[in-house]
Design a binder for this molecule. Structure first.
Ligand SMILES: C[S@@+](CC[C@H](N)C(=O)[O-])C[C@H]1O[C@@H](n2cnc3c(N)ncnc32)[C@H](O)[C@@H]1O
Length: 275
């Protein structure tokens, strides 16, 4: 099959994420194996093309949608969303002949909020495992909130801390461009991230103005974990896993949130190996 475009090259942290989601996926479908009448779906909101190039080996590796399709026991249906039409076109070739797959080309938040998530209802015996895997601040809070409030969804989330630090949470908050603030507000749902991101030292700086000090990643990550529990309504949010690049810098944190104590046990066992 001709390759119509260049596949994404992915770092070791992406390969680890793929392993983790794949392992959880098969534990998830196995946990529902004996529940007749219940439908379990896999939703990949930033799915990519289904194939990547590994920076480590230089070879092709399967992306998250391709792995989900092979999960055993299988999911009952799949939703893959990506904004890049070349990627979804390639993904369609991988899914040829499968009537259980829906592929959407477009903005993930819009499709999730307006079309897909309203159909995943607990009372209709529908459940879903979602992977929200944006490169940066490209996901709207409302989608995460709907996932939590549905009580029917387990969610993996790529929390894009590098994009936050580059474009929104600067040492000098008054210098941040409006676009960075808007994207951060959209991801967080409001501007309360500022309370976690900065502290004000009452004694002030040399000029008497209050000294605003940027906090480390732990503060913002901890506040978002609380928000997923208290505002989105997830019962359980695992301690996020920092994913590092080759220079040991944290690129993002992998979040996992669920409603079930059994999910907590499974994910803790899986993540232990990667911490
Ligand atoms: C990190 S990659 C996904 C990798 C994939 N989940 C995997 O692990 O194999 C992020 C993807 O999001 C897509 N994307 C970027 N902005 C988007 C948006 N607003 N809505 C949907 N997809 C988007 C990109 O085209 C890219 O394929």
């Amino acid at each position: 099959m001709p390759i119509p475009f260049k596949f994404d090259e992915v770092g070791i942290w992406s390969e680890l994420k793929l392993e983790i989601v794949e392992k959880y996926g098969s534990a998830y479908t196995a946990a529902f194996a004996n529940q007749r009448g219940l439908k379990k779906f896999y939703i990949d909101a930033f799915s990519g093309a289904g194939v990547h190039i590994s920076k480590r080996s230089g070879g092709q590796i399967e992306g998250s949608p391709a792995r989900a399709l092979k999960t055993s026991p299988p999911f009952d249906g799949f939703f893959f969303i990506d904004m890049d039409a070349q990627k979804t076109a390639y993904l369609r070739t991988l899914c040829a002949g499968r009537s259980d797959v829906h592929i959407e080309t477009g903005d993930a938040s819009k499709y999730l909020i307006q079309t897909l998530l309203p159909t995943i209802k607990y009372e209709d015996y529908k459940r879903a495992l979602c992977l929200f895997d944006p490169y940066g601040l490209h996901l709207e809070w409302r989608a995460m909130e709907m996932a939590g409030q549905s009580r029917a969804i387990d969610m993996f989330l790529n929390f894009p801390v590098m994009d936050m630090n580059r474009n929104a949470i600067w040492h000098n908050p008054s210098a941040v461009p409006k676009d960075g603030i808007d994207r951060m507000n959209s991801f967080w749902g409001d501007d309360s991230w500022r309370e976690a991101a900065y502290t004000e030292h009452a004694q002030g700086n040399l000029f008497g103005a209050p000294d605003i000090v940027k906090q480390g990643n732990d503060a913002i990550v901890g506040a978002f974990r609380d928000r997923l529990r208290k505002v989105a309504g997830f019962q359980f949010v695992a301690e996020p896993l920092p994913m590092r690049n080759s220079t040991n810098a944290v690129v993002y944190y992998l979040f996992f949130a669920s409603q079930k104590p059994v999910a907590q046990k499974i994910i803790d066992t899986i993540l232990k190996k990667y911490r």
